[in-house]
Design a protein around this ligand. Structure first.
Ligand code: SF4
Length: 376
């Protein structure tokens, strides 16, 4: 079949039955269809300047921009309809093209120790965030990707493969839509995914968390974890003041390579060399995450090599007891091994603490977040 014009093609493929009036005004009609049928854009994640652009585009009163910023970031308002100091007409026009992007969790699991795991929607996927209350502190562990490309041997998220980077709104939503938001004292980017592999979106989130126009948090309350993607690690040290946590798990190249394929491109000794170039004498903290596996990475040689690599670098070690993941040939160490390793590091002058295992019964503990069996 030969089509004489775009209108005929459009009708033939059954996209839309066009009236005579619409056919006569085809270019204009296309514009309307494109704008109206497009997915609504998300306000969460936009800066005040970007929200002001939206206001100008829709020809809303100028002061509306500041009000919207307030509703999104201060009041954490999920529905444009509830932005009551905007006129009805402004709300109607705004919600025709935009949505807030704030979405409540669809599932909650509570551990016997008080840890909570939340399942949040993220496009066609779901992601998990873990809320960990601990006396006067309450920490939220946030995800930055659906799945992960890094394929660490011991990690449930890695086993899930990589699906996508989370958008700024999808990351921020885990924080702003958390039912316990008002109790939060700390945020750690240690959930599903490698944060520095989603660098631009991560940095925008750190901005929103720390800038006065949004949450105004001190960067010292925020920690970003990485397996050691050196180029983005260097950028992060330059461009942010947030704390850094590096997943080490072994100081030896061959052994770490078996646990973490990223060691091939970014060996731990080069990662440590990169962080040593930074001055750690201020408030910003450097820590190393070290999961201990039974009969693998907790000998005197490991202690010696860790001390040699770090030299006098100001840092802390968080020791984590490995939690068995079905189908993975690694085992949990006993409590005595954990204590011995911590004390041996302390004797070498390296501050080390054993991180209490939280939320293990609901798979919210370190390395156990995964949405493979979601909603089960
Ligand atoms: S441990 Fe972190 S970097 Fe490694 S696969 Fe899991 S989520 Fe990715």
């Amino acid at each position: 079949m030969v089509f004489q014009n775009d209108v005929q093609k459009y009708i033939f493929f059954g996209v839309w039955p066009l009236s005579k009036l619409e056919q006569d005004n085809f270019p204009y009609f296309c514009t309307i269809v494109t704008e109206r049928d497009m997915e609504k854009q998300i306000l969460l994640g936009k800066t005040p300047a970007e929200i002001q652009e939206v206001v100008e585009k829709l020809e809303l009163p100028k002061f509306t921009g500041k009000q919207i910023v307030d509703w999104i970031y201060q009041k954490r308002c999920a529905s444009i309809e509830d932005m009551t100091n905007l006129s009805k007409a402004s709300r109607a026009l705004l919600s025709e093209y935009y949505e807030t992007g704030l979405k409540a969790p669809v599932k909650e699991q509570v551990s016997t120790d008080g840890t909570k795991k939340y399942l949040f929607p993220a496009g066609n996927h779901f992601i998990e965030a873990a809320y960990i209350p601990d006396r006067e502190r309450a920490t939220l562990c946030v995800s930055t990707q659906v799945g992960c490309q890094m394929d660490c041997l011991f990690c449930a998220t890695g086993k899930q493969g990589f699906q996508k980077n989370l958008s700024v709104a999808e990351i921020m939503n885990q924080i702003l839509s958390l039912p316990e938001f008002d109790t939060l004292t700390n945020i750690v980017f240690m959930g599903m995914g490698e944060p520095l592999a989603n660098y631009d979106n991560l940095m925008r989130c750190l901005d929103i968390l720390t800038q006065e126009w949004a949450l105004g948090w001190s960067p010292t309350r925020i920690t970003v974890s990485t397996c050691g993607l050196i180029p983005n690690l260097k950028r992060f040290l330059e461009e942010s003041k947030c704390n850094l946590a590096i997943s080490m798990h072994s100081p030896f190249h061959d052994e770490r390579l078996k646990l973490m394929p990223v060691e091939k491109s970014y060996p731990i000794k080069e990662v440590i060399h990169a962080v040593k170039q930074h001055d750690w004498h201020g408030q910003r903290r450097l820590s190393f995450e070290y999961i201990i596996f039974k009969d693998l990475n907790h000998s005197k040689d490991h202690i010696k090599e860790i001390a040699r690599l770090l030299g006098s670098t100001r840092c802390r070690f968080n020791l984590i007891r490995y939690h068995a993941v079905p189908g993975i040939p690694l085992k949990s160490p006993d409590a005595a091994t954990m204590t011995w390793f911590r004390d041996a590091l302390n004797e070498k002058g390296i501050i080390a603490t054993i991180r209490a295992s939280r939320g293990q019964d609901i798979d919210a503990a370190c390395g156990l977040l995964s949405t493979k069996n979601l909603l089960s």
